[in-house]
Write a protein that binds this ligand. Structure first.
Ligand code: URA
Length: 431
């Protein structure tokens, strides 16, 4: 087989066979296929697309390029969730203990973040002592014992995806639905869960900007997952405004505790309830109404918060942060962000808020940057609220007094207008 012929075939819009895809991935991993050849093929895929069978085989070839996690001991109770990413998305911290309370087995590998805030693992490591690296026996035994463990992603999970993603990132070939779907699903499938719920974001703070493209991505991922005989459901959700009131790392752990204590932001709470209900309904074979009743009970009885404590303690984290969440808001410097006029909050642009929080130190610009766990933003006002000039819209937290750039960005991210803006839907579709 010659990569030249495979590139030519894709350029002509002809479907690649299983053998051609397998050859391409293995030859790329062994460096027989060069980056410039792979780039040409990726661009041809971006322009000509991929059929369902091709996307399935690309996913399989990438997942088979590395380790896979065997969760068969949990039978059909193993669950996972994935969010395509956004600003203020701390749903794993909330949903994981809820579904573990209900008997699901959440054996989750999560990423570190590059960008607006840390990833889920960074947020967990913001709890002093939390160990995100466990050997695979300890990981599985913890899931067996308490129903939940969240660790950092193994370096050898779908390594072909890692190499391809780095190339796509610098060759303008990220935005192809079959490439994104196979990239995400190769890692999710390698992580082993039988039931997977996807939260596909759309809007200014997400990489899918429209509802239609997000739904198309969701359908592509469901098709791939179903091809591997997993149960997959997807929610298409709004990411025009940040999710919840907190952005950062410790600030987001604080907010997760608020939701599990029954006093969280209503939209964030609603999304977490919906995600948890869908996970529980797949794993426990319940209709979503019954699953939702159990989810609500897990929150209102405090069982899910206890489960969070048990989980964090098991992984070495200091649970005094959960018992006294105010300890999570102890940045050396705090500054109010003040409304410059009377009016309704018409926009809180999620992507700009993400950048503002990164400026405070909450996210990484480069892979090896150190995160300021205390840095972040907590909003007192939300989209649609009326504010008076001089009122505090948000509190900014930083250990480094890095407020100037952040405030300049927020000045453009937050728009106040005289007329009340229309309500924004949170969950557009469940597929
Ligand atoms: N996230 C991934 O893991 N892969 C993509 O291609 C895009 C986002």
């Amino acid at each position: 087989m010659r990569i030249y012929d495979i590139i030519t075939k894709k350029k002509q819009g002809i479907e690649l066979t299983k053998e051609e895809i397998d050859y391409t991935i293995s030859a790329y991993m062994s460096a027989e296929v060069a980056d410039y050849q792979m780039s040409a093929l990726l661009m041809a895929i971006c322009l000509k697309g991929m059929g369902d069978t091709e996307a399935y085989h690309l996913t399989r070839a990438m997942l088979e390029s590395g380790d896979t996690v065997d969760l068969s001991r949990f039978s059909t109770l193993s669950v996972d969730k994935h969010s395509t990413g956004g600003v203020g998305d701390k749903t794993t911290l909330i949903v994981a203990p809820i579904v573990a309370t209900l008997g699901c087995k959440m054996a989750k590998m999560s990423g570190r973040g590059l960008g607006f805030t840390g990833g889920t693992v960074d947020k967990l490591e913001a709890i002093t002592g939390y160990k995100a690296t466990l050997d695979s026996n300890a990981f599985l035994e913890q899931v067996e014992a308490i129903g939940i463990s969240v660790v950092g992603q193994s370096a050898n999970l779908a390594p072909a995806d890692k190499k391809l993603y780095a190339l796509r990132d610098v060759t303008a070939t990220i935005d192809s639905i079959p490439l994104i779907a196979s990239s995400i699903m190769s890692k999710k499938l390698a992580s082993g869960a039988h039931n997977i719920v996807l939260d596909v974001k759309c809007g200014s703070g997400a990489f899918m900007k429209t509802r239609e493209s997000a739904a198309e991505l969701a359908r592509a991922m469901i098709k791939i997952g179903t091809g591997f005989k997993r149960n997959v459901r997807a929610l298409v959700t709004n990411m025009d405004v940040p999710l919840g009131i907190a952005v950062g790392n410790r600030t987001e752990v604080w907010e997760a505790i608020q939701v599990l204590s029954g006093r969280g932001d209503l939209r964030l709470t609603e999304l977490c309830i919906e995600l948890a209900s869908n996970i529980a309904s797949l794993a426990l074979n319940l209709d979503t109404g019954s699953a939702k009743a159990r989810v609500l009970d897990a929150i209102s009885t405090g069982k899910a918060l206890c489960k969070m404590k048990e989980w964090i303690a098991c992984q070495g984290g200091d649970i005094s942060y959960i018992e006294s969440p105010k300890k999570l808001l102890m940045a050396k410097h705090q500054k109010p962000y003040i409304a410059k006029a009377d009016g309704y909050i018409e926009k809180i642009l999620a992507d700009s808020v993400g950048t503002a929080s990164m400026m405070l130190g909450a996210g990484r610009v480069k892979l090896n940057d150190k995160i300021d766990y205390n840095a972040g933003i907590i909003f007192n006002k939300s989209y649609g609220d009326f504010v008076k000039k001089g009122e505090c819209i948000a509190t900014l937290y930083s250990d480094n007094d890095a407020f100037k750039n952040c405030i300049d960005i927020l000045d453009n991210a937050i728009v106040i207008s005289k007329t009340e803006p229309p309500k924004q839907e949170l969950i557009f579709e469940i597929l």
